[in-house]
Design a protein. Structure first.
Length: 197
């Protein structure tokens, strides 16, 4: 759903503005990064470490070529691309805002909504190939979102107790170590010791 919504958003921009053929997509927190390999419906250029090279490519691309440029930085850090700001769609939506635009609801409790926002990039990675139901299910309840990411907390805890280093390495590799540690502290009042990290 999310990949399709992004693709449709960019394509509708290109369809509605004949002369504006560039989307500059600023994502300083890398919230959308896991989705990039799945955006097949648009020509996508990723920042490769050089804004000057990107500017050169934009200037010398074929006339009318529609391009989405993914920039994992803030807009103010891309001054070299300033000449394109006036004629491009500047996409700076946080994942939370984009999901809200798609009509998805977040819990009314501000604390729960805040905690869910922190999980959105990892949920986005898991959402590839899944429909709106995935988001409706996971945004309805913080525990559901955590379970989607970690799996059964009790199973993860048992794996951690059996082989702390291996399970911690797995969780860290999936960037779920902080979530697991928070769940461990919330459920049992235990903090992960430094030597386990």
């Amino acid at each position: 759903m999310l990949v399709r919504a992004l693709t449709q958003y960019f394509q509708s921009h290109f369809a509605s503005t004949g002369d504006h053929t560039t989307v500059l997509w600023f994502d300083p927190d890398h919230e959308y990064e896991a989705l990039l390999p799945h955006l097949a419906g648009v020509t996508l250029w990723r920042y490769d470490g050089s804004l000057l090279r990107l500017r050169h490519r934009l200037i010398h691309r074929p006339a009318g070529e529609k391009t989405v440029v993914y920039l994992p930085m803030r807009q103010e850090d891309a001054e070299v691309l300033r000449p394109f700001f006036a004629t491009s769609l500047i996409f700076t939506d946080r994942l939370y805002k984009f999901l809200r635009r798609q009509g998805l609801d977040f819990p009314d409790d501000p604390q729960v909504a805040h905690e869910l926002r922190a999980l959105l990039p990892r949920l986005a990675a898991r959402s590839v190939g899944k429909g709106r139901e995935f988001w409706t299910y996971n945004l309805a309840n913080l525990e559901r979102a955590r379970e989607t990411l970690i799996g059964s907390f009790d199973d993860a805890l048992l794996r951690f107790l059996a082989a702390p280093a291996a399970e911690w390495a797995r969780l860290r590799g999936e960037q779920l170590d902080g979530l697991f540690a928070a769940q461990l502290e919330n459920s049992y009042g235990l903090a992960v010791a430094a030597e386990e990290e």
